[in-house]
Design a protein around this ligand. Structure first.
Ligand SMILES: [Zn+2]
Length: 270
């Protein structure tokens, strides 16, 4: 499931491939994937739009259009957003195809069909329920301490809550908690300030390293060029049941927390 580093990698890749291109036509093969404001025809509205930028907010990739509208894409479980040359074969489960005037394409594929491509009008508040960006200067240790104060929620569940800190999913929550030496089930309010500072540092560190390595390909994720990331090769605990902890050599365990598989070390995560 694409998290912040994967979507950031896709957005950066797309920026180099499609900015400046003009949409000639749009093919919607599965209508539920294409979302537009009431009374607006998704495909017709996009025709003639130029891509002026590509950015990311939380786990959403955003195509900025010349009219001021945006195309906000959620990849959810299995979504792929891939820039393709004219004539290149489509991935299985391609539901939306943007064709540019130079005959190249942007394909949106999603086998499980939970993803969406949403046309957003200028100023439409699509992201008001989203929390703080963990790689922004606004995400500070002191602010994080305040966010966790008094919360009885297990720290891992809180990390997954997109209304607090955005972009962290199951992989990076497990990895950041391991790096900080914190037991995933600990109630947030039971963490010392020193532990929260360690966790803040671990979140920023893990996400930054994962972006440097172009994301984690443990399932369907590929970047804007259709290539796998590299962070799956350096994971410490995620998916590592029974393997030795890289810090203390105890076997990694898997438990279920907030309905999600959770990998961690009983010895060095307290
Ligand atoms: Zn350990």
């Amino acid at each position: 499931m694409p998290e912040l580093p994967e979507v950031e990698t896709i957005a950066r890749g797309l920026a180099g491939r499609i900015v400046g291109k003009t949409i000639a036509s749009v093919e919607v093969r599965l209508p539920k994937i294409a979302v537009a404001p009431a009374g607006v025809d998704f495909a017709r509205a996009l025709r003639g739009e130029r891509i002026v930028g590509v950015s990311r907010r939380a786990k959403y990739a955003i195509l900025e259009l010349s009219s001021g509208r945006s195309l906000v894409t959620s990849l959810r479980m299995t979504g792929r957003l891939v820039a393709q040359e004219s004539g290149a074969p489509s991935y299985r489960g391609t539901h939306i195809v943007l064709r540019f005037t130079d005959r190249s394409r942007l394909d949106f594929a999603d086998l499980r069909t939970f993803g969406r491509m949403r046309l957003v009008e200028p100023g439409e508040p699509w992201d008001e329920r989203l929390g703080i960006e963990p790689l922004s200067s606004g995400f500070t240790p002191e602010g994080f301490i305040g966010m966790l104060a008094g919360r009885t929620t297990p720290i891992k569940a809180l990390l997954l809550d997109q209304q607090r800190v955005v972009g962290i999913g199951n992989i990076y929550a497990c990895e950041a908690l391991w790096e900080a030496g914190i037991r995933p089930s600990r109630p947030a309010k039971a963490l010392t300030k020193a532990a929260i500072r360690r966790l803040h540092h671990a979140i920023v560190d893990v996400l930054s390293r994962a972006i440097d390595m172009r994301g984690t390909s443990v399932d369907d994720y590929v970047d804007a060029d259709g290539l796998e990331g590299g962070f799956q090769n350096v994971l410490s605990v995620y998916g590592k049941l029974g393997e030795p902890c890289p810090r203390c050599a105890s076997p990694i365990v898997r438990t279920v927390l907030a309905q999600r598989g959770t990998w961690w070390c009983r010895s060095c995560q307290r």
